[in-house]
Design a protein around this ligand. Structure first.
Ligand SMILES: NC(=O)c1ccc[n+]([C@@H]2O[C@H](COP(=O)([O-])OP(=O)(O)OC[C@H]3O[C@@H](n4cnc5c(N)ncnc54)[C@H](O)[C@@H]3O)[C@@H](O)[C@H]2O)c1
Length: 334
């Protein structure tokens, strides 16, 4: 389906669930972007979940979002349980405005929900020649190092910078060995998952996706990844007033209340300390790209390059809609 047609369909669905047109458009844009960059686990596959959460009154379709200005660089947003896309859109735009005025912007958001891809918001800042760091927490999926219980989310860490070229550098990585979405898909299709990404509920390594879902996911790089996940939980949960310490509810399975996810958006001018930042980063990337390559590697890529390429390619094509999603769209439209 053409992305424009699909976007209008999504807007109409959100409006049907009581979301106003502006918020429905922000949400539809984020979902379409996820499809176009190939992050299918954060795209249309989640549309029904958002609508179910609105129906069950754990996402507020008409939030009264409060922005408290703490200083000319710092704001604190209470998103009033809005859909996460809307809270994050206001969060990054406020952080950008602060940075453009004062050099640096810092915005904490509480009472939000799942906002999709951190990189989507990072791109907005980078387009304005700002460097950005973005954090959000997520429902329990990953066991802290040494624990036999999931507590951390897949808590993505995101860093974006202009590169002096049209392709931004955006490192946007979850801290789990594998996405939970991929395990869910493998479980549905009875496929195995790779070794070393999850333990079963008894703490034994498993490649059985269903057992992995009952057990725990492993963080990247052992205790180092566990530490990074913890850092994200502190920055986006403890600091902001959002839920933390394993209290963020699973959006698919737990309708007992709002998620109260927290986000943190930090933005600053790239040329704060060196006027010729863009030239310096160009040189930096060039040096690294020129390194001798290991066998089979055609190009040393920087983070974000692959997504940019996928976006360009997918934008030329129709968006592929699976039978499951088709059914979701029919149900949500009826
Ligand atoms: N909102 C949430 O709760 C939540 C939770 C987890 C993940 N996410 C999102 O899911 C998305 C996917 O996360 P992920 O961890 O699966 O990402 P990923 O593993 O696909 O990529 C991680 C990073 O590595 C870079 N990369 C990939 N291949 C590369 C290569 N060959 N050379 C150099 N760099 C390369 C990517 O550009 C990216 O910046 C992210 O956008 C993240 O924000 C959201």
């Amino acid at each position: 389906m053409k992305s424009g047609i699909l976007k209008n369909k999504i807007i109409e669905i959100f409006k049907k669930f009581g979301v106003n047109k502006a918020h429905a458009t922000i949400s539809a844009n984020a979902l379409i972007n996820a499809e176009l960059v190939g992050a299918y686990g954060h795209g249309l596959a989640r549309l029904k979940m958002y609508c179910d959460r609105i129906s069950k009154k754990v996402i507020n379709p008409r939030p009264k979002i409060k922005i408290k200005k703490i200083s000319s660089s710092i704001s604190h947003i209470d998103a009033n349980n809005s859909i996460g896309f809307v809270a994050a859109d206001i969060g990054i735009k406020t952080a950008i405005k602060h940075a453009q005025k004062t050099g640096i912007g810092m915005v904490a958001v509480k009472n939000s929900g799942h906002y999709g891809l951190s990189g989507y918001y990072a791109e907005q800042a980078v387009k304005k020649n700002l460097i950005t760091m973005i954090y959000t927490n997520a429902p329990p999926a990953v066991a802290p190092h040494g624990a036999l219980k999931s507590l951390f989310g897949t808590n993505p860490i995101c860093f974006g910078t202009p590169t002096g070229s049209k392709i931004p550098f955006i490192l946007d990585t979850s801290i789990s060995m594998i996405n939970r979405g991929k395990i869910r898909v493998a479980a549905r299709k009875n496929l195995k998952i790779p070794k070393g990404v999850a333990l079963d509920k008894y703490g034994n390594p498993t490649t059985d996706a269903k057992k992995a879902l009952e057990g725990v996911q492993l963080p990247i790089a052992g205790f180092r990844g566990s530490g990074l996940a913890w850092m994200v939980d502190i920055l986006s949960g403890v600091l902001t007033g959002g839920n933390h310490g394993g209290k963020v509810k699973d959006p698919f399975d737990d309708f007992s209340g709002p998620q109260n996810i927290g986000h943190l958006f930090i933005t600053f001018k790239a040329n704060l300390f060196q006027k010729n930042y863009n030239q310096r980063i160009k040189e930096n990337i060039k040096t690294i790209k020129k390194l001798p390559k290991i066998k089979g590697v055609k190009e040393i890529m920087y983070p974000g390059q692959n997504k940019y390429k996928r976006f360009k390619e997918n934008s030329k094509r129709d968006i592929n809609i699976s039978e499951i999603i088709k059914k979701d769209l029919e149900i949500l439209n009826s």
